[in-house]
Design a protein around this ligand. Structure first.
Ligand code: GLA
Length: 400
């Protein structure tokens, strides 16, 4: 399997010897070293449904963040980024957002969430390395949060608790980093399963692993080369529009508390009461929720044809109703379909980022070749290809 490295990842794609590096960076450290890993993700379908308490169908993929950590005798956390070759420090009793070294805000947010939940954290030396592409919509931040969460929890002497990890990691992102994301990314990074997608109910947090029985099909992620610039402000705006939709719909459907509660049939009866933009935002979320259920069934059956139809409907809905795609990403999806992808759509938060493509193994080389020639000519952007495997969610091991 060949991979091209994203220019966005400093220091390349191949994991350095983190244990040797740890001893080099922290030569005076003593005691047990804990090693954790947490994967990035690609969402098969179910976009912007998680914060509407609906359904998603993500896969944890073999692009991961690794953390090595050891207690230290004071209240300080020293984090060394092996990607950036930089060190940053924070004090556990004086946490605050760093504008200069934004990568440190994720470990800080995790420490903050754990402390606010009433846990006592020790000082720690930490090394962080990852090959989840940054800003691509593959959830590098959730992978950092979950890998840190497992390591910090262990060094604090807390028992494993996957549900708490997920909720607190989301809180780190929402309350500390300040992006109002849903729960999908932290969930799949923590609980993903090898060879499976997870059908996740974002209200109850119940989940069902769905085997990816698609013989001779590869999961090809293509980065559009468009950085997700507007992503957080537009993301928060979409959330507000959905909340407005719920408030307006409650006049006609008093039982609902989230868009998740509205069926397509009910929506058809009342949608004319809504202003156009809000109507289209709601239509995306409600129809996307229905597509997730249908896609999970199709995946279970290995029904690639139906998946292709559902992916196409999802992309059109994100483009026309939710308005979160950009022209280059639309072009990338069209090219993918023309060059062998049996299913293709934008994946993740939107405004740039990646597409997810189901491509017959025998066509993958030709698919990548054709897109690397035609996509830059049409858009001026450079694609980056990631052939992905569905892997297990986060894990922990002791190094010494
Ligand atoms: C981002 C968020 C997720 C989810 C997706 C859109 O990845 O972190 O919670 O809302 O966008 O589906």
């Amino acid at each position: 399997m060949t991979r091209r490295t994203s220019a966005a990842i400093p220091n390349g794609d191949v994991m350095p010897d983190l244990e040797a590096l740890f001893h080099e960076v922290f030569p005076r450290g003593r005691g047990e070293i804990v090693a954790t890993r947490a994967p990035g993700r690609v969402n098969l379908i179910g976009e912007h449904t998680d914060y509407n308490e609906g359904f998603v169908l993500p896969v944890a993929v073999d692009r991961e963040v690794h953390v090595l950590a050891q207690r230290r005798p004071d209240d300080r956390v020293v984090v060394y980024s092996a990607n950036f070759s930089r060190r940053a420090t924070f004090e556990l009793d004086a946490l605050g957002l760093s504008a200069r070294q934004s990568w440190i805000n994720y470990p800080q947010g995790v420490a903050d969430a754990l402390q606010r939940a009433g846990h006592h954290l020790p000082g720690m030396n930490v090394i962080l390395w990852g090959n989840v592409p940054l800003g691509a919509g593959m959830s590098s931040s959730a992978a950092v949060e979950i890998a840190c969460m497992l390591a910090f929890r262990h060094l604090a002497g807390l028992l494993p608790d996957a549900r708490a990890d997920i909720i607190l990691a989301q809180r780190a992102e929402n309350s500390f980093v300040g992006v109002q994301t849903g729960i999908m990314d932290q969930f799949i990074s923590r609980l993903g399963r090898e060879g499976h997608a997870l059908l996740l109910d974002c209200r109850s947090l119940d989940y069902w692993p769905i085997p990816m029985v698609l013989p001779d099909i590869e999961l090809c992620v293509v980065h559009s080369g468009v950085p997700r610039g507007l992503a957080s402000s537009e993301y928060n705006k979409r959330r507000e529009e959905c909340a407005e939709g719920v408030a307006l719909l409650q006049a006609y459907l008093p039982h609902i508390t989230a868009l998740r509660d509205v069926s397509l049939g009910e929506f058809a009866l009342v949608e004319h009461h809504l202003p156009d933009v809000i109507r289209r935002r709601c239509r995306h979320v409600i129809s996307e929720d229905a597509r997730v259920g249908a896609a999970a069934e199709a995946l279970r059956r290995g029904d690639l044809k139906t998946l292709g139809v559902l992916f196409a409907q999802s992309h059109a809905s994100m483009r026309d109703d939710y308005e979160i795609t950009v022209a280059a990403v639309d072009t990338l999806v069209e090219l993918a379909r023309a060059h062998g992808a049996r299913a293709s759509r934008m994946t993740g938060g939107g405004f740039g980022g990646c597409t997810i493509n189901l491509v017959p193994s025998m066509h993958v080389d030709a698919f990548e070749h054709a897109i690397s020639l035609e996509y830059p000519a049409l858009t001026g952007c450079t694609p980056v290809f990631y052939r992905c495997r569905a892997v297990d969610g986060a894990g922990l091991a002791l190094v010494s």
